[in-house]
Ligand binder design. Structure first.
Ligand SMILES: [Zn+2]
Length: 106
């Protein structure tokens, strides 16, 4: 089993694929907020705030493989940047990404 890597290419952080999904989601979110607070440079043309609903929200399931998790991490990262989620919105949207089985465990 491969580890789940941080979606940022230059970052060496990874988590064991045995980490519980609900724990992993929080680790990932905390890590991104602390280690990569502004990875994408904001351009002047991006002044229009994208509505969260306009961007397809990635979904992750409790039975996901480490590959699926890495994929999700990348998608989630992009999604957050596209929608410019902040604070509690991030937590809310992150929970919405979980399938029912996973949400029941959080
Ligand atoms: Zn990282």
């Amino acid at each position: 089993m491969t580890d789940i890597r941080c979606p940022v290419p230059q970052c060496d952080i990874s988590w064991p694929s045995t980490t519980a999904p609900e724990v992993l989601l929080r680790l990932l979110d905390m890590h991104e907020r602390t280690a990569h607070p502004s990875t994408t440079p904001t351009t002047a043309s991006m002044t229009t705030r994208v509505k969260a609903e306009k961007v397809k929200r990635p979904v992750v399931s409790v039975s996901g493989t480490s590959e699926e998790w890495t994929y999700f991490a990348q998608r989630w990262f992009e999604y957050k940047q596209a929608t410019r989620l902040t604070g509690e919105d991030i937590i809310f949207q992150l929970l919405e990404c979980c399938d029912e089985a996973l949400r029941a465990r959080t």
